[in-house]
Design a protein around this ligand. Sequence first.
Ligand code: IPE
Ligand code: IPE
Ligand code: MG
Length: 241
Amino acid sequence: MAEELEGLVIPRHVAIILDGNGRWAKKRGLPRTAGHKQGCAAVEQTVEDAARLGIRYLTVYGFSTENWKRPEDEVSTLMNLFRFYTKRLLKIATANNVRVKMIGERTRFAPDLQEGIRQLEERTKENTGLTFVIAVNYGGRDEITRAVRRIAEEVRSGILDPGEITEQKVAAYLDTAGIPDPDLLIRTSGELRLSNFLLWQLAYAEFYITDVLWPDFNREELIRAIRAYNRRDRRFGGVKA
Ligand code: IPE
Ligand code: IPE
Ligand code: MG
C-alpha cells in the first residue's frame, strides 16, 4: 500500500454522490433493488478503504429529499436496507474505529429507524478514526432552510443578535456543524450535477466525476480520484503560489 500512495496528499474530507445503482442492475437484467443491495456492499467496502487510507471524513449521499418521489416499493426497499445497515454499520464501525454521524431530516423516518440512527451515533461517538457521515433524507436546500428557521427563532427570542450572524455562525447551524468542508467530491455514473448535495459545504471542493457505476466502485477507483485531486491546482480565490 505504501508504494502506490507514496507522495500523495490524502484529502481530509471526501464526499461521494453515489449514483448508478439502477443502471448497474439494468445492465444485468436485474431489478433496481438488486443494484441498491450491491451499492450497499460498495459503501461498506469504501468505509473500510477510506479508514485505511487515512481519510478523516467520508460523507456519502444515500437518499435525497427528492428520492421520496421514486416508486413506493423502491423507497421501501431503500428504507429496509437502511434499517439493516444501521445495525451492520455498528459492527463495521466498531471494528474499524469509525465514528458514524447522520445528516438530513430524520423525523420523516419510522420511529425504530430513528432510534437505530440514534444508537449508531451514540455507540460510535468515542471512536477516533474515520468519521463516516451518511446523508439520508438529505437536501442542501432543506438543510439551509432548517438552519435559517433555527437562526430566526433564536433572533426572535433574543438569544442571537442579527449582527452576529457570520459565515461561521451559519455553518454552525447546518447538520454538518463541526465537520470541515469536503476537499474532494466524487460522483459516479457520469452525471454532471449536484442533485442538492452539500450546497453550502462544497463551495471550494474539487470535483471528480467518473463513469464507473456505484456498485463497481472500489479502492482502486478511490485512489484514482485521490490521484486526480493531487493534480489539481487549488486556489480558493487566490493566485497560484
Ligand atoms: C443511486 O443510484 C442510489 C440512490 C439515489 C438511492 P440510482 O438509484 O440513482 O441509480 P440510477 O441513477 O437510476 O442508475
Ligand atoms: C442523487 O442521485 C441522490 C443520491 C445519490 C442519494 P439521484 O439519482 O437521485 O439524482 P438525479 O435524480 O440523477 O439528479
Ligand atoms: Mg441516479
